[in-house]
Ligand binder design. Structure first.
Ligand code: TYD
Length: 211
């Protein structure tokens, strides 16, 4: 059994996940808590290489099932090579995206089916689900607008999808909230960064204190 806590952060583009994860980790470290930040797809060299293939804007021919399988493959390698060892050392692992991204993006928005995508991911993760998931909810029009203002941010193949696709991603997440009521906690990410951070921090502290 692992001793750490596996916490995943989810949400559509522009929800502020990555910034907030950094702020949460800094806060926990100040309190002497062992914490690491990582991300999907990527986090370790093999998975970062898979990420390049998935997100390359030139790969317009990529089939949806290929896409889902590549995310699952990157997930598997990242889990065994990085997440599990850190959990065994007793760290809190804050992971920017995990299985729910595949269920919302590939399962629902791409139309492959949430159950179908869950089944290939079940093979990949062997039941290693997060202890808790924070879902940052935002209207995709606001989220995409925020991304547009980040001039330095790399635009990837999924960012180029139409607004309709991003709306479906959000609908997909809302279905997952129903389905995994005990695991997924929603945070309204349309508020200011500082407010979102404070809400996320107080929820995170509660989870740590009860673990
Ligand atoms: P990234 O630049 O990390 O986006 P973000 O900052 O929004 O997290 O790119 C990851 C992209 O991959 C993002 O568009 C979401 C998508 N994705 C999936 O479609 N399925 C998945 O399983 C994962 C992990 C990500």
């Amino acid at each position: 059994m692992s001793k750490g806590l596996f916490i995943t952060i989810e949400g559509p583009e522009g929800a502020g996940k990555t910034t907030i994860i950094g702020m949460l980790a800094t806060k926990l470290k100040e309190q002497g808590i062992k914490v690491i930040i990582t991300r999907e797809p990527g986090g370790i060299p093999i998975a970062e290489q898979i990420r390049e293939v998935i997100l390359d804007k030139e790969n317009t021919a990529m089939d949806s099932r290929t896409e889902a399988l590549l995310y699952a493959a990157a997930r598997r390698q990242h889990l065994v090579e990085k997440v599990v060892p850190h959990l065994h050392e007793g760290s809190i692992v804050l992971c920017d995206r995990f299985i729910d991204s595949s269920l919302a993006y590939q399962g629902y928005a791409r139309g492959l089916g949430i159950d179908e995508v869950y089944s290939i991911n079940h093979f990949a993760i062997e039941g290693m689900m997060p202890d808790i998931t924070f879902y940052f909810d935002i209207d995709p029009e606001i989220g995409l607008d925020r991304i547009g203002q980040h001039k330095g941010r790399e635009v990837n193949r999924l960012d180029l999808e139409e607004l309709h696709f991003h709306k479906k991603v959000r609908e997909g997440y809302h279905l997952l909230l129903e389905r995994f009521k005990d695991r997924i906690v929603m945070i309204d990410a349309s508020q200011s960064l500082e407010d979102v951070f404070q809400i996320a921090l107080s929820k995170l502290v509660k989870v740590i204190n009860h673990s």
